[in-house]
Design a protein around this ligand. Structure first.
Ligand SMILES: Nc1ncnc2c1ncn2[C@@H]1O[C@H](COP(=O)(O)OP(=O)(O)O)[C@@H](O)[C@H]1O
Ligand SMILES: [Mg+2]
Length: 394
């Protein structure tokens, strides 16, 4: 049987990805993180059971509890004195264990705080894993020959290193907290600057219900709107929060939504947001010429494939572009199926598609946001909501 070069290229990419996933801590952590983000209902029944089992196992392994001694040691290393000298109280029972960190509730100068400690040894492990990303360059190039795979991986490397530096994270969080200080719907807890360190982040404690646990339909609808406003609006603010997560957006008792976890962020220019909006408007208005020109300006696709892109995109997203539509697991599955049905036509586009490295984290935000919104099961005019948040910001 003749080999199909497309299938070979895709298989080589998948094989390299799997090898990395098995062999590196970082990829196992990423797999563990997926457990909270991926809704099993969106997975194909043939491999749903196995995928869930693997994600659960990776999650359990990656989130083993740090002993309180380890937490104390990390804190005293950071602060130069025992935590008891710095905090009024520290609850030895963690409130959260994640693949990257453990969080404890404490009291500082009479105020409730969240004390986040990076898992010891993690930064060194991740740094050494990141060198292995180089092995992805060739197989990525075979599927997406127009992409600058080396530059994209460098972007991943830089963003991941940012994420491991909690001092950097704290300064980003501070900028968000300040910008949203008087906002009526959105809130970000201020970090306690004097206690933040490369491996420790302390911020004001937030009480409330994580959006992933909301059951009331009205509250879920408000959460969906707040999520779009916050994450898409963050692009207009100039720094994208690229990691929408069901535990990191919290509905507070006064109805505002608080946002946590500023690890995955990326600066973004207003010009780029404007260019993206021109492409979105052209796509919605079915204006192939403007769409092609704006995609070329963005550096994603050559102008001459504007018409093909428009037809394919409109078909894949049929029913979701014109007024309100329900966003749930079946909507995601259906969109995936429509895309798969166009595999033949999408392949030539993949050959000429490029993702400028600066767009990688904004794209991560868009994918993560769609995945999270699908869990909330809300009906909205999504294109209008996204467009408005990108245009007006917060
Ligand atoms: N300021 C806070 N107030 C209340 N809970 C918090 C706060 N910060 C973090 N948490 C809890 O700890 C969890 C993990 O913190 P997060 O910063 O998201 O860590 P990671 O980057 O490892 O995901 C959050 O999902 C939330 O449940
Ligand atoms: Mg988090």
């Amino acid at each position: 049987m003749a080999t199909d070069p497309r299938r070979d290229a895709l298989r080589a990419l998948a094989d390299t990805g799997l090898r990395l996933a098995r062999g590196t801590t970082t990829a196992r952590l990423a797999l563990a993180g997926l457990r909270d983000v991926v809704d099993p209902a969106t997975l194909s029944p043939e491999f749903r059971g196995r995928a869930v089992e693997q994600m659960e196992r990776a999650h359990a392994e990656a989130t083993q509890e740090l002993s309180f001694d380890e937490v104390e040691k990390a804190l005293s290393d950071a602060w130069g004195e025992p935590s008891g000298e710095v905090l009024d109280e520290l609850d030895p029972e963690p409130v959260a264990r994640t693949p990257a960190a453990q969080v404890h509730r404490g009291v500082h100068e009479g105020a409730d705080v969240a004390v986040k400690v990076l898992r010891p040894g993690l930064p060194d492990q991740v740094r050494s894993d990141l060198n292995l990303l180089e092995t992805l360059i060739r197989p990525l190039g075979a599927v997406f020959p127009s992409m600058a795979a080396g530059l994209l991986l460098r972007e991943v490397r830089e963003r991941v290193l940012d994420e491991l530096d909690l001092e950097h994270v704290a300064s980003t969080q501070r900028a968000f907290a300040r910008a949203l200080r008087r906002h009526e719907q959105l809130h970000v807890p201020a970090p306690v600057s004097s206690l933040c360190h490369e491996r420790v982040l302390v911020s004001a404690w937030i009480d409330g219900t994580p959006v992933g646990e909301l059951t009331d339909p009205g509250q879920r609808a408000a959460a969906a709107r707040a999520l779009v406003l916050f994450h898409v609006g963050s692009a207009r603010f100039g720094t994208v929060h690229a990691d929408p997560h069901p535990a990191d957006a919290v509905r507070m008792a006064d109805g505002r939504f608080a946002f946590l976890d500023f690890g995955a962020t990326r600066q973004m220019s207003a010009t780029r947001v404007d260019e993206g909006l021109i492409a979105l408007d052209a796509f919605l208005a079915q204006d192939a010429e403007t769409l092609g020109a704006s995609l070329e300006l963005l550096g994603w696709l050559p102008a001459e494939v504007g018409a093909t892109t428009l037809v394919l995109g409109q078909d894949i997203l049929a029913g979701r572009l014109d007024g309100p539509s329900r966003m749930d697991a079946s909507a995601l599955v259906e969109t995936g199926k429509r895309a798969a049905a166009h595999a033949e036509a999408l392949w030539p586009l993949a050959q000429v598609t490029s993702v400028p490295p600066e767009d990688l984290w904004p794209l991560r935000m868009l994918v993560g946001l769609a995945t999270l919104l699908a869990r909330l099961d809300v009906e909205e005019d999504w294109p209008a909501l996204y467009g408005q948040a990108a245009q007006d910001g917060w």
